[in-house]
Design a protein around this ligand. Sequence first.
Ligand code: AMP
Length: 283
Amino acid sequence: MLLCLTPAEMQAACRSLRASGRTIGLVPTMGALHAGHLSLVAAAQGQCDIVAASIFVNPTQFGPTEDYAAYPRTFDEDFQKLAAAGVHALFAPSAEGMYPPGTTTSVDPGELGNRLDGASRPGHFRGVATIVARLFHIVQPDRAYFGQKDAAQIAVLRRMVRDLNFPIHLVACPIVREPDGLALSSRNRYLSIDERRRAGVLSRALATAESLAHNGETSAEVLRAALLATLATDPLLRLDYAAVVDPDTLLPLAETSHGALLAVAAWIGGTRLIDNLLLPPRA
Ligand code: AMP
């Protein structure tokens, strides 16, 4: 696996990997890799000739009181996992390399960037859109792979690809979960044993609402009440949001027959966890 540490190196490597018409799939990550990340690599391998991945803990998407400094950094293990998975090129720049002094340009996702996680993490999606736009310019992939786990991120990036005419197909991959339903996340390693046991309540809340939907319930209010009722069974959980929204605009829905995103975010102890479920349109 080719390792590139600067934007110029990665740009040059991707230019030659793309030679003779080979397609490139890009998997952007912040490292601390788990099976969710590797599922994106596998999806890219199934659809592209060349797979490029990036590991970059992007400072501009963390708020001043968030866990940028503490975010898990496990580069050696991540490198081994990506090499073993057959990734062709890994881009792992430094923060200074990506944001040299004097960098001022950013990508503003507008109002969409202030919804769901964007409401409680001001500036988060501006940071995400900016770094992903820059990765797109450096790698120039044909396809880019993201997890449905970060549903609001998918909405913001889909809109960015459309608004800025990136010639890139964005692929949303299913959420990979632990046996008890907990969505895999690099932040799960912050959880104590007791918090880890409690964390299953997020996916249980979604499963409860999903079974109501399967039985014909289409009222967003009823589905949201079901989410809240299950989340309330853990009195120590601190809710950020439980929402029933349009998956593209992230605006609240009154009813779900045309499809809906059910999304939850909550603090378990000091760890903020998110999870979601897409309800398909009813036939
Ligand atoms: P991160 O390293 O947390 O920025 O995640 C990098 C990519 O992996 C993002 O597109 C995430 O949505 C995706 N991802 C994270 N967790 C999961 C998961 N449990 N299942 C599928 N994709 C995931």
